[in-house]
Design a protein. Sequence first.
Length: 378
Amino acid sequence: MNLTLINNKFNEKFGATGEMFTSPGRINLIGEHTDYNGGFVFPGAIDKGMVAEIKLNGTDKVRAYSVDLNDYAEFGLNEEDAPSQSWARYIFGVCREIQKRGGKIAGFDTAFSGDVPLGAGMSSSAALESTFANALNELFSLGIDRFELARIGQSTEHNYCGVKCGIMDQFASVFGKAGHLMRLDCRSMEFEYFPFDPEQHGYKLVLLDSVVKHELVGSPYNDRRASCERVAAVLGREFLRGATMEDLEAVREKISEEDYKRARYVIGEEQRVLDVCEALKRDDYETVGKRMYETHWGMSRDYEVSCEELDFLATVAEECGVAGSRIMGGGFGGCTINLVRTELYDNFIATAKAKFAAKYGHEPKVYSVVISDGARRL
Ligand code: ADP
Ligand code: MG
């Protein structure tokens, strides 16, 4: 990240020097479509994020400059002052959500820039929200706890950006810790850190972005959710979380084949997250990788949220001897996340690029990531 560029732009725009804050994007190693089933997700913060220089300006106005978009916005802190630019609404939303929680804030100047690729599934928006939530909390000594900072980001998306997201992205961006992933229980909101340091054990983590996003008719997301709720109801549970494969087999006759397969994926995914956490306690990265493949093919064949391009990337990974590969995110496009032995890395990337380009006419984008710290002052 080019801090000097931000400093120069800030100085140019505001003729001063501010304080520096940063927050990261995130990956999710395993645990997909588990959040709304009351299950686990297993994210970590990455070495790509947002950096903002901020200085209080003694007025009741925010003056914000986006270095990457070369765009400027100025807005007040009342509900009717919402800026028109969508990027500025993230900052405005964070200010509003802090105020709704009783936080007293005032105007500030800021210039910011980020290196989380937009819309690639690494949550550039959470990085942006967490940067400002954390910075304002510190600059105004608000004493907001870290979980509430994550909720402020989530509410910003809900109330100011029209995105009904869960808490995982903001949670990971705030709580991230280098060398660790976080298993978040989406039912109790409790979480636990697990050591995850692939570089130390001869592996790299890399995302391959298919750069496709399939537009789908109907609502496959709501559809999957409804299946899960139906099976949970037949099982007499609030969530599929906690149900076993035996429980599912026992009601197989009472549910549709489609619902059965979807529930089988979710119940399997629950166990895979737990298996991966256990494996990491033994530094057993090969088992981690095997579970990633199982998730991929479960998402593809049982949950039916994959697509041709993502299946192709996972298959190339298997052929190249990559330890683990799977769809990251909801599916139907986006990235695969890959755990690769260091000595296989160059060949894997070259092969995946060449084969994908030969078939689909463009190369996947490659993002190598390292698990890093969460929201902080620089
Ligand atoms: P993602 O999956 O990366 O979070 P979103 O669509 O949720 O994608 O958020 C992307 C939006 O966040 C952008 O359209 C922009 O408004 C804002 N954003 C992200 N990164 C930056 C940046 N570096 N500079 C300005 N705005 C950004
Ligand atoms: Mg987002």
